[in-house]
Write a protein that binds this ligand. Structure first.
Ligand code: RP5
Length: 169
C-alpha cells in the first residue's frame, strides 16, 4: 500500500541514534522552529534498529525531505549510513559521549571515504545549531521568504553582541 503523502511535507528530517541524543539534537529542532522551518525528529539507530534506518534513508527523498540532520555518539555510523542510501545533503552532528567527550563521535562521522559525503559539524549543542542553520541555508536558496528570515536571524545575533564586556576588570 502506498503511504498517503502530506500536502506539504516537512523539508528537514532530524534523526538520532538514541533517545539520549535528543538533549543535543533538540537544539537543531529549536533553531529550525525559530526560523519557521518544519521538521520531524525520529530515533533511528544504525545498530539497534537497522531496518528502520534503511526504510528511512531509502525513502527520505520521495517522502519529501530536502535535508537530513543526523546525530549520533560513540561509534557514530548513523550519518554515514544515511548518506550511503540517500542523495539528500546529510549534516552529521557528533554527540558528546561520556567516555571520550565526543571525539569518538566526531572522528566516526567526519572520516567518510571519498564519494559519500557527510557535512560534519562541531560536537554537541553548537554543532546541532549549526547543522540546522546549514539546513536553512540550503532551503533558503529556493525560498526568498526563508532567506529573509535567515538574514534577520543573523542580524539579530550581531545586534546582541555587546561591544563592552560586563564584569570586574
Ligand atoms: C549511539 O550510542 C547513540 O547515538 C548514542 O549517542 C550512544 C549511546 O546510546 P544509549 O546507550 O544512550 O542509547 O548509538
Amino acid at each position: 500500500m502506498v503511504a498517503e503523502r502530506r500536502a506539504e511535507p516537512a523539508p528537514v528530517a532530524i534523526v538520532m541514534g538514541s533517545q539520549s541524543d535528543w538533549t543535543t539534537l533538540v537544539h537543531a529542532a529549536n533553531t529550525l522552529t525559530q526560523l519557521g522551518v518544519a521538521h520531524v525528529a525520529r530515533i533511528v539507530s544504525a545498530h539497534r534498529t537497522p531496518d528502520r534506518l534503511v526504510a528511512f534513508a531509502k525513502s527520505a527523498r520521495e517522502d519529501g525531505f530536502k535535508v537530513v540532520i543526523a546525530g549520533a555518539g560513540g561509534a557514530a555510523h548513523l550519518p554515514g549510513m544515511v548518506a550511503s542510501m540517500t542523495p539528500l545533503p546529510v549534516f552529521g552532528v557528533p554527540v558528546q559521549s561520556h567516555t571520550l567527550s565526543g571525539l569518538d563521535s566526531l572522528l566516526s562521522i567526519v572520516q567518510m571515504p571519498a564519494g559519500v559525503p557527510v557535512g560534519t559539524v562541531a560536537i554537541g549543542r553548537a554543532g546541532a545549531i549549526n547543522a540546522a542553520l546549514l539546513a536553512v541555508s540550503v532551503l533558503a536558496l529556493n525560498d526568498p521568504g526563508l532567506a529573509q528570515r535567515l538574514d534577520a536571524w543573523r542580524a539579530a545575533q550581531t545586534d546582541n553582541v555587546a561591544e563592552i564586556p560586563v564584569g570586574d576588570s
